[in-house]
Design a protein around this ligand. Structure first.
Ligand SMILES: [Mg+2]
Length: 102
């Protein structure tokens, strides 16, 4: 099936802000239960966030070029995980040790 690219900006998000926050908040809670520790080294913390962003990127690229191999549900899942890790990064801002490797 030939799909046509139609660039546009939605007038209003499909998901309400409060609903998005609830999904991300639940993911932060689940991730914190599963992995209670979070790095105090900001580069390691950023690597966790980057890993989730990479997974989100892969799903979006796949949706464009190999749509039979992913789904919008998977993209949603990865977007929520990425946002949750960004929140965990923010939650730890006062705990980071900005030290150079010896
Ligand atoms: Mg993920």
């Amino acid at each position: 099936m030939k799909r046509t690219y139609i660039p546009y900006v939605a007038d209003w998000p499909a998901l309400a802000c409060s609903e998005s926050w609830e999904l991300v908040s639940a993911e932060v809670e689940n991730a914190t239960k599963k992995f209670p520790k979070w790095p105090t080294d900001p580069l390691h913390a950023l690597a966790i966030l980057g890993e989730e962003f990479g997974e989100l990127t892969k799903e979006v690229v796949q949706m464009i070029y190999e749509p039979n191999k992913t789904s919008t549900a998977k993209i949603r899942e990865e977007a929520i995980q990425t946002a949750a890790m960004a929140i965990r990064f923010v939650m730890s801002l006062d705990s980071y040790c900005y030290l150079q490797a010896p």
